[in-house]
Ligand binder design. Sequence first.
Ligand code: 9MR
Length: 348
Amino acid sequence: MPSFPRLVAVLICCSGPLFAQPLRDLAVPRGVRIGTAVNPSRLSEELYADTLSREFNQVEPENALKFGPVHPSPAEYNFGPPDSLAAFASGHKMVMRGHTLVWHRQNPAWVTSGQHTPAELASILQEHIKAVVGHYAGKVYAWDVVNEGFNDDGSMRSTLWFDAPGIGLKGTGYIEQALRWAHAADPRALLFYNDYSAEWVNPKSDAIYKMAQDFQSRGVPLDGVGLQMHLTANAQPLAGMEANIKRITDLGLQVQITELDVRLPVEAEGKAAGPALATQAQIYQDIVALCLKYSRCTAIQTWGFTDKYSWIPGSFRGTGAALEFDAVYQPKPAYNAIQTALRSATRK
Ligand code: 9MR
């Protein structure tokens, strides 16, 4: 029979082996943040809040800081939900990212249907950025200032802010202007351009790289590029993704993985088959290991953490199971794979 102190030691060591090393504890010594998108209204769900605070040290509101939700009418700012997340984050020693100040989706009707001139739109956007970034100065350490400004062929996306009617600036001028307004509102916040399908070297990521290089050479306040990483299990070879991360970080800019998920074919109850979960796990492991190879790859964030609330089934019929916890908050092979990568990967 073990002695009393030995018994206590065994109990402490092995009573919760599953979560003996939460992701955030493994991430800290690696110098990378491990984050997730959050819906603040779920924080009252105990398992949601417990899993979130145990495993992650970075949060980002999935929708609550987008223009429509946070600024629903000209004089009304709905800071309640994102404030509750900021309080949760500070209470659990987590940092918060902000998403997003300038996007073509989730804008309120008063902006989209207001028949504004470019000059009026410019002043609406400037005021919005000043108010929102100012409100979270010292609370949000990094912002996705502009989201999804390019088409897949590398041309500028036609949007309310660019040319429909736009704020009156050509090319990447509106992105530059938004970065400058955000920097003025909180000079200490890190400012990102964020996009999807720009993970590998391709015409879209080439255009983003060209913009980043130009901004960097002219002192425009851009600190990094967010790579969303909404992936499938048929991901292209990682070498092309590595080349893209390398060229961005070689500019002296950060890369953050901002919206990682790996969607799988699922049956009616939303469950994926074992082999697919294993493939998914390998992809998660490879992505985490790749980020850790570059010291300027500073955050790995998944788009939610439980399959219970993922955006995937609602947007891609017949697919789901994209995250690291299942719908009842049990860790999946992908979770163990993230742990493995955080434990073993080498950091440049
Ligand atoms: O996950 C978000 C979903 O709840 C919203 O309905 C949707 C609205 O457009 O936006 C989703 O988040 C997107 C993110 O803000 C930007 N990159 C793509 C994400 C998935 O569509």
